[in-house]
Design a protein around this ligand. Structure first.
Ligand code: DGL
Length: 273
């Protein structure tokens, strides 16, 4: 029997993770929730993020029957994974550890850079996860990028310039610490949409790690046997239902860029305050 997989993000950036999951679990049923009313999580406190994320996880498990949860939000994964695990009784997979493991596999120098939201960077979750893999790591918050992606400016000169400024600052800091980074982790579910812009600015030969791909791969390993990876893209039988707490129209309009196909009808839900 195909699993029901719940996928949660603070907004619709997590559709990049859903897209990677759909490719690997073509027979699964998916319920995706974007907590758009309360986005951004990246500038909020741990306590608030934990409360919002736990409510969202409970909706997916208790009301949508999710048997497995993927937290497609770096901020919620970094600050609220414990709270989510306490709130539901199904396995929960976050994006931080798969991202760190992918960085370990990609890096030759052992020095990696991470770009993420303020809350994720402040939590130092990536630093801890990367250090556990024997990596040296330097993180940088890039708070302007989520609003630019939300605005749809994913291939805009302003966004390209902002990325260049952030990365130049990050590289200068890395250099001053004697680091020789060869890998950049996109530690925010919005950033895969900016991947071509990041790739233009990183050093030639440097690897750009996309947490969407790494977490989908980790989900395959965890759900081992209940689905077989498919190289052929979206199968027609994949069932995807999308829910949002606000901005349904914007979700439907911009979400297809993240999912790589029309998101269809998005259902509005109310999780309270
Ligand atoms: N989904 C968040 C993340 O991956 C970014 C958006 C937000 O700040 O809520 O960190």
């Amino acid at each position: 029997m195909a699993p029901t997989i719940g996928v949660f993000d603070s907004g619709f950036g997590g559709l990049t993770v859903l897209r990677a999951l759909v490719e690997r679990f073509p027979h699964a049923r998916f319920a995706f929730l974007g907590d758009t009313a309360r986005l951004p999580y990246g500038s909020k406190s741990r306590r608030t993020i934990a409360r919002y994320a736990a409510q969202s996880a409970q909706f997916l498990v208790n009301e949508q029957g999710a048997e497995f949860l993927v937290i497609a939000c770096n901020t919620a994964s970094a600050l609220a994974l414990d709270a989510i695990q306490d709130a539901v009784s199904v396995p929960v997979l976050g994006v931080i550890e798969p991202g760190a493991a992918a960085a370990r596999a990609a890096s030759r120098t052992g020095d990696v850079l991470v770009v993420a939201t303020e809350a994720t960077v402040h939590s130092r979750a990536y630093t801890a996860a990367c250090q556990a893999h024997g990596l040296r790591v330097l993180e940088k918050a890039c708070p302007l990028l989520v609003p630019l992606v939300e605005e749809g400016w994913t291939d805009h000169p302003v966004t390209a310039e902002v990325i260049e400024i952030y990365l130049n600052e990050l590289r200068a800091e890395a250099e001053s610490r004697g680091m020789n980074p060869d890998t950049l982790v996109l530690g925010c579910t919005h950033y895969p949409l900016l991947r071509p812009l990041f790739e233009r600015v990183v050093r030639p030969g440097a690897k750009v790690i996309d947490s969407a791909e790494s977490v989908a791969q980790a989900a395959v390993q965890l759900l081992n046997g209940s689905a077989s990876p498919a190289a052929t893209g979206n199968a027609p039988e994949t069932e995807v239902r999308c829910f949002a707490t606000d901005s349904v129209e914007k979700f439907e309009r911009l979400g297809s860029r993240f999912l790589g196909r029309p998101v269809g009808h998005v259902e509005l839900i109310d999780l309270g305050g």
